[in-house]
Design a protein around this ligand. Sequence first.
Ligand code: PEP
Ligand code: MN
Length: 264
Amino acid sequence: KMASREFKRDNSVVSVRGVKIGGNRVSVIAGPCAVESLEQMMESAARVAESGAVMLRGGAYKPRTSPYAFQGMAEEGVKILREAGDAYGLPVVTEIVSSEHIPAMIDYVDVYQIGARNMQNFELLKKVGALGRPVILKRGLSATIEEWLMAAEYLLASGTEDVILCERGIRTYEKATRNTLDLSAIPVLRSLTHLPIIVDPSHAVGVRDKVPPMGLAAVAAGADGLIVEVHPCPECALSDGAQSLYPAQFEKMMRDIEVLAPVV
Ligand code: PEP
Ligand code: MN
């Protein structure tokens, strides 16, 4: 299998417009859950860039649990994300929920995110893989590592070489946190696959003050990077405000990570 260690011995490094994920560095992607306005994205990009983030995140097509919740700014959001990323020299990451949106995204997006809810949407995986662009594949809500690696296989078999795996917490019986971060997935994956491994502590814990300790733990366990939700005004956020870091908290987490590993 193409994702396996047997297929490729050395760890893969994904390069996105000069930014590398994988190898001997810790790469941090940050930004709000959702794109809400140009001002919000400009402020977010400025703050995460000054703290050392190397890519900007922001959802434009949001897979919300409730159909009555904010669904994202769609095409306009993708353009705003690009504008903010360009203003601060950050490549951009955003979620794709349907292959219908490829025409609206293709000219603006550097890295496509496949969300937890779509990890086993095989038709989507085939279409996104065929773009030949970098993809962050999040672990499904209740997916085993084996199922997750088979989903990565769909992307690789369809034509992209650049797949980044993202552990974002799994469903357990515990309710104190939104999900349970499976930290052991990091060393388990490291022996099974050559693909870069990042961790999303924000969706894993769902509670702002629990995010930095789990981000640090992920780096200590060998993650190649993090993807973290940061909002200039978390209490104003249209989605996931409770788990979004204040820019000052993000800055502190980044300085703490540097003690463990070089942040590039
Ligand atoms: C997100 O990154 O905003 C998101 C919806 O993540 P997940 O698919 O991991 O729930
Ligand atoms: Mn979110």
